[in-house]
Write a protein that binds this ligand. Structure first.
Ligand SMILES: Cc1ncc(COP(=O)(O)O)c(C=O)c1O
Length: 452
């Protein structure tokens, strides 16, 4: 098996970093200027996580292409970390957004589009009732509140290594088997271990034990954990057992499809026959315009109606003035009818497969102990021999130094990979040539790393 020479890795990373910086004088100048008005030189902390000494500042983007202010044109496989999974500014979304902009953006009133979107979502996800939110974070906050309200139970359960947005209750992890407020949890509102149970994914005995006392309102999970350094896939039969145990103990099952919507038009849930009580979806649902949705069964819909819409209902903690605004609804309608179509998914998944196979071929050719996972249009590679089964195993495969080298190497050759993990997405505008270019650049990076 090939191994990585760390001094070679450090030298290559340093030269790639210099090359990156030298070729981007305008981004560098803007970053230096930004430091005087934006904390850390960026408007949001994650934008400082790109691998170079400063991020490439975006000029414009369209389809699978992004251009930075120094004129570098990238094949974008990051796609806003899923927010632009259907390509940058899909033409149908751009068209209706422009039209809606001239007709009223936000009014705190329902529109016909709201009804049409809910009907389209009901067909697609086989859940009859829907509500909207501004982001997936927002939607997850709301559904956790609703789950506690409906069940009258105080606790929730999440899996080690989960990420569901900046949702206080979910910023927990297991360290040496013990629940902990997650490292880096900024100014926690409360100790999240008090009312959140956290166990490893794929551990059915732990799940049985955690739900047995019937104090847990809901299990909140992605169908496969995508927010680790590597994807944690469910064992065969895991979801069926999770569904059965949740049902037996009166615990609601909330499936967060925000990333796994890459799997197919109805997400992982429809592709694998999952039966969530509540389903959450954000990021690309309005083609890049901020919006999120959550769907629920008939029973849950009835219980929410009783609590939130009954006479004298006082609602605090759910919703917001800009939520379900007219612009977001118009964009969601266009996304559901013209962008996130079966045909678009067929293309994206076929290219996802080409991407995964190309990366696997490089890994095999160089005899590397690395694995590649694919969730439809989403592909990820990690530096471990086989996919992890738990959050703890996934963390053990993290190697941020190797990530950084790959990301810099790719950026310098016009290929954009998602920072913080090695995640790549194919969108409807991605071409076979784009995929082949990535695989070529990836192959060159591996050869350089191994000195071949
Ligand atoms: C599964 C999942 N849920 C929720 C979120 C939160 O999304 P947002 O940051 O758009 O609110 C994320 C973000 O990465 C996510 O991966």
């Amino acid at each position: 098996m090939a191994t990585i020479d760390r001094s070679r890795l450090a030298a290559l990373t340093a030269s790639e970093s210099e090359r990156y910086a030298a070729a981007r004088p305008r981004s560098r100048a803007l970053f230096e200027r930004a430091a005087r008005s934006l904390v850390g030189g960026v408007p949001m902390q994650w934008m400082s996580e790109w691998p170079g000494p400063f991020p490439p500042f975006m000029a414009e983007a369209e389809g699978a292409r992004l251009t930075d202010i120094d004129g570098h044109r990238y094949i974008d496989f990051c796609l806003g970390d899923t927010g632009a999974m259907f390509g940058h500014s899909p033409p149908a979304v751009a068209r209706v957004a422009a039209a809606q902009t001239a007709k009223g953006l936000t009014a705190m009133l329902p529109s016909e589009n709201a009804v049409i979107v809910a009907e389209l979502l009901a067909q697609r996800f086989a859940l009859p009732f829907w509500q909207m939110a501004l982001s997936a974070t927002d939607a997850n906050r709301f559904v956790l509140r609703l789950a506690r309200e409906i069940t009258g139970r105080p606790k929730i359960l999440v899996f080690n290594g989960c990420y569901h947005g900046t949702v206080d209750e979910t910023i927990v992890s297991l360290e040496n088997g013990k629940p902990r407020s997650r490292r880096g949890n900024v100014g926690p509102a409360f100790d999240p271990t008090a009312d959140t149970r956290v166990i490893e994914f794929n551990d059915l005995a732990a799940l049985e034990a955690a739900l047995a006392d019937r104090k847990v309102a809901c299990v909140l999970t992605e169908p496969a954990l995508t927010n680790l350094t590597g994807v944690v896939l469910p064992d065969d039969g895991y979801h069926a057992a999770l569904r059965a145990i949740a049902r037996k103990t009166g615990t609601l099952l909330i499936i967060d499809e925000t990333h796994t919507i890459s799997t197919g038009p109805g997400g992982y849930s429809r592709a694998h026959g999952l039966e969530p009580d509540i389903l959450v979806l954000g990021k690309p649902i309005a083609g890049g315009i901020p919006a999120a949705v959550f769907g629920m069964t008939d029973t849950i819909g009835g219980q929410v109606r009783e609590r939130l819409y009954g006479p004298g209902a006082a609602v605090a903690g759910i919703g917001g003035t800009l939520t379900a605004n007219a612009l977001a609804l118009a964009a969601m309608r266009a996304t559901l009818t013209e962008v996130a179509t079966e045909a678009a998914y067929d293309h994206m998944i076929r290219l996802g497969t080409r991407l995964a196979e190309g990366i696997r071929a490089v890994v095999r050719r160089h005899d590397l102990p690395w694995y590649v996972t694919q969730l439809g249009a989403r592909v990820e590679y990690r530096f471990q021999p086989s996919p992890p089964r738990t959050g703890t195993e996934a963390r053990a495969g993290a190697d941020s130094a190797v990530d950084r080298f790959f990301h810099l190497w790719c950026l310098n050759r016009g290929v954009m990979v998602t920072p913080m993990h090695n995640m790549l997405l194919a969108c409807p505008a991605t071409s076979e040539a784009d995929i082949d270019r990535h695989n070529e650049v990836f192959g060159e990076a591996v050869a350089a790393l191994l000195g071949r």
